[in-house]
Design a protein around this ligand. Structure first.
Ligand SMILES: Cc1ncc(COP(=O)(O)O)c(C=O)c1O
Length: 279
C-alpha cells in the first residue's frame, strides 16, 4: 500500500466517547445539547421523506440554495457570502485544504478544538500553537503572522471566553493569511464576529448546528465569508455534501429562531445551576 507518509504515521482522531447506555451518564464530553431541536425539524424531515420515500430517489440541491438564502437573511448578508456544510468540521477541513499547502504553516490556540491538529496532519501542514495570557490575549502573537491560516475559537472551548470584536479585528490585521473564527458556541455568548466579515478581507466565521440547534446528529454547519472564499470552498467540497433530510432540517431550524432563543435560555440556566452544583 502506498500511503502518504503523514497518513501512515498519524494516529487519527478519536471522537468523544459515546456510551451505550446514555441514561446512566451525565454526558458532557461532546457538548451535545440536552434539549430537543425545534419540532419543525422532525416535521420537515417527515414531509421530505413522504409516505414512500420517493423523493429520496433524487439527488439533493447541490448548491443548498434555499438554506443559504435563509441563513443569509438571518445574518444580514447576501447569499453569495454563505456556504452550508456537512458539520462545521467539513468547513475547517476544506479551509485548510484550500489555503494551506503541504509543509506550510497554520496556527491555533492551545488548548482548543483538538480536531484542528488531526486535519493539519492529514494535510501535512506545519502547526504552531499560541497560549493565552491572564487577559485572554494570545501570547507572543507576531505583529504580522505569516502562516496561511489561524483558527480562533471564539468563544474558546474549553475556556468559555469570547474574544471581543476589537481584538478579532486587530488579529485579522496582524494575519497575512485567513483568520477563521470558529463560532461553534457563539449562540451561547453575547456578540459575534459575523459583522466583521464585511470589514476584514481575510475573516471567515464558521458556525455549527450541533450545539445551539440540537442537531449534532444531522451534521450541519455554515460559514459566512467573502464570495471569493465561498467560491473556493464550493469548488473543493463534495458536490452532494448535504443530503435532502439535512437540507430541510437546516432550513426548518434556522427559521425557528423562537425555539432557538428558548433553548438558549434553558441552557444558560442549566449551566448556572450545574456550575453551582459542581462548586
Ligand atoms: C470549537 C468547535 N468547533 C467545531 C466543532 C465541530 O462541530 P460540527 O459538529 O458542526 O462538526 C466542535 C465540536 O465539538 C467544536 O467544539
Amino acid at each position: 500500500m502506498t500511503l502518504r507518509k503523514n497518513i501512515a504515521e498519524m494516529a487519527g482522531y478519536v471522537p468523544g466517547f459515546q456510551p451505550e447506555n446514555e441514561a446512566e451518564w451525565i454526558k458532557l464530553n461532546t457538548n451535545e445539547n440536552p434539549y430537543p431541536p425545534s419540532p419543525t425539524v422532525a416535521e420537515a424531515i417527515r414531509a421530505e421523506v413522504g409516505e414512500d420515500g420517493a423523493t429520496l430517489r433524487k439527488y439533493p440541491d447541490t448548491a443548498s440554495k434555499n438554506a443559504r438564502k435563509i441563513a443569509a437573511e438571518l445574518y444580514g448578508v447576501d447569499p453569495s457570502w454563505v456556504i452550508m456544510a456537512n458539520g462545521s468540521d467539513e468547513l475547517l477541513n476544506n479551509l485548510i485544504r484550500a489555503c494551506v499547502g503541504e509543509g506550510e504553516e497554520l496556527a491555533y490556540i492551545h488548548p482548543s478544538y483538538s480536531y484542528y491538529a488531526t486535519l493539519s496532519e492529514i494535510q501535512g501542514a506545519r502547526v504552531r500553537t499560541f497560549g493565552l495570557d491572564d487577559n485572554f490575549r494570545l501570547v507572543n502573537f507576531p505583529a504580522c503572522y505569516e502562516g496561511k491560516l489561524f483558527f480562533l475559537t471564539s468563544p474558546n472551548a474549553p475556556f468559555g471566553v469570547r474574544f471581543t470584536n476589537d481584538y478579532i479585528r486587530e488579529l485579522a490585521g496582524r494575519c497575512s493569511g485567513l483568520l477563521v473564527v470558529d463560532e461553534a458556541y457563539a449562540d451561547f455568548a453575547d456578540g459575534s464576529a459575523v459583522e466583521l466579515v464585511s470589514q476584514c478581507e481575510n475573516l471567515v466565521v464558521t458556525r455549527t448546528f450541533s450545539k445551539s440547534y440540537s442537531l449534532a446528529g444531522m451534521r450541519l454547519g455554515l460559514a459566512i465569508a467573502r464570495p471569493e472564499v465561498v467560491a473556493a470552498l464550493d469548488k473543493i467540497r463534495d458536490h452532494y455534501h448535504l443530503d435532502r433530510l439535512a437540507l430541510v432540517a437546516a432550513e426548518a431550524a434556522l427559521l425557528d429562531q423562537d425555539w432557538l432563543k428558548e433553548n438558549l435560555v434553558k441552557i444558560r440556566k442549566t449551566r448556572e445551576w450545574f456550575g453551582s452544583q459542581l462548586r
